[in-house]
Design a protein around this ligand. Sequence first.
Ligand SMILES: [Zn+2]
Length: 227
Amino acid sequence: MEGMVTVENMAEILGNDTFMLDLSGSWPTAHVENRMNNQSDHREFIHCTDLDGRICFVNSAWKEFAMENNWALGGTKALGSNLNAVITDPQTRHLYSLLMERVRESGRVARFGYRCDSPDCRRLMEMRMQYQDAFKQFEFRSRVLHMEWREPIALLDSRQATRSSDTLLVCSWCKSALADQTWVEVEQAVTKLRLFAADSLPCISHGICPNCSERMSRFARQARDPA
Ligand SMILES: [Zn+2]
C-alpha cells in the first residue's frame, strides 16, 4: 500500500494551486487490495482542439494510447475529428463545454481526476485543461496517476460482438455502472447482474452518475468563482 495513489490523497498529490475535481469514493480500497499487479505509465498524452472542438494536434503518446485502447479516434482519424461527436452523452457534453468556457474566460488551468479504464486495466487519470489564447486553442494534457491490472472484463471490450438489446449505463467520469438502481464499480455490476453467466452482454451506454454530475457542476462553478 506504500506510496499508492488513492482518491483520498489525490488532493494532496495534486496540490492546491489549481482547482480540481474530487473523485472520492470512486476508488474502493477492496479493489486496490485485490490488485493483480501495479505498474506505472509515465507518458503524457496531449491533444489540442480549436474553438469548435475539432482536434488540431495530438502527440505521439496520445496516438499510441489511442491504438492500445482501440479508440474509434485512433490512427489517422484523430486530426480534424470533433470531440463533441465522440462524447455521446448530452449531459457530459454540456459539462465539458461549460468547463471549456470557464477555462477560456478565467485563463486558469483546470485540473481534475477521472477514470479511463480498459477491459483489463483500471486507471485513475489526471487531466489538465488550458486555453492558449495565442493559438486560439484548448490544450488537454493527461497522465496516469495510478493503474492496476485486472482480469479482462468482456463487457468493456468494444470488440466483443455479441450484445443483447439491453443497455448498461456507465458513468463517463468515474466509470461506475448502474445496476439495479445503484451505481457500483463495473466488476460489481457484472456480479450483480450475473453477466458472467449471460449468453450475450448488454450494450454500454455512457451517461453521468449523480455524484459526478454534482461534482462536475460544482467544479465548473468553482472554475468561474475561485472562492
Ligand atoms: Zn460518476
